[in-house]
Design a protein around this ligand. Sequence first.
Ligand SMILES: Cc1cc2nc3c(=O)[nH]c(=O)nc-3n(C[C@H](O)[C@H](O)[C@H](O)COP(=O)(O)O)c2cc1C
Length: 315
Amino acid sequence: MIRKLKKEFPSKVIIASIMGQNEEEWEYLAKEVTKAGADIIELNFSCPNMKYKGTGSDVGQDPKAVKKFTETVRHSTSLPILAKMTPNISDMRIPARASKEGGADGIAAINTIKSITDVDIDTCVPEPQVNGKSSLGGYSGQAVKPIALRYIAEMTSDVEIKDMNYSAMGGIYTWKDAVEFMLLGATSIQVTTAVMEYGYRIIDDLILGLKIYMKEKNYSNVSDFVGLANKNLISNDELDKDTVEFPKFNYEKCIGCGRCYISCMDGGHQAINFDKENRKPSLNGKNCVGCHLCKLVCQQNAISTVGKRLKKKTF
Ligand SMILES: Cc1cc2nc3c(=O)[nH]c(=O)nc-3n(C[C@H](O)[C@H](O)[C@H](O)COP(=O)(O)O)c2cc1C
């Protein structure tokens, strides 16, 4: 298939994803896809649904195995190598560093997150089920995007591995999702679940949206904006705790639903007054701690925030 694809689409880049059970298989597959004309090899250290022990995410959770199999492939090909990481681990930087030591040029992340999507409350069988039984499976799509962004940001900010190439994925549906990953340091983007849901046509929308974004921002190359958000990501203890981001209501957009008021009253700091007659929220600045709950629940995008530095305020 790789040979056929390369012949039919010679200008396109082919990333061949491979996975072996031992060094012999990794070597064999690396040599075969190189011969067939692949441009890049991706090492699948991350599938959580494997039948055989010691494959897929078992490897990604074991930095020594990651290094060993990466070395095997490095000795079997001159093509660039991406090591694909599993999110079923607390610190992805550890296997990522091991893959660099083994000779990987880049990281692909994230693979799917081990999950149970539902439990049927009548049959008591978790979903998805096969003949009345279920098992842990890999979760993907929109819900995993914040988790994927976190892993990419942690790796692209790490002194030891920030110079690697990053091929990012996890919940990318739109050009805006793609830009977010690129702003955190990804140089390429992969899409699985969105294509499964909407078909390949969404790739055209992604490309078009990206082109318009770049034109509007006056970027001539993706390298003009890759990684621009990293400098704005700091550790929690470095955040300016003396500034409160107060909500600002846009009454033209507000439809008076009262969700901000209810959320702040019941789940926040009772910092929003609500004029029931005119159905308009207003701020009680004395109580507001800048938690953003009102902004998050507003379905109309009618709440923005304005930072105000207070003399001294401890939360
Ligand atoms: C049905 C399905 C099959 C997948 N098969 C593979 C696979 O064979 N190899 C692999 O590395 N990742 C595989 N993945 C993981 C995706 O490539 C991707 O890492 C993950 O789904 C997150 O991206 P997404 O939210 O765009 O789907 C699969 C994902 C899904 C949903």
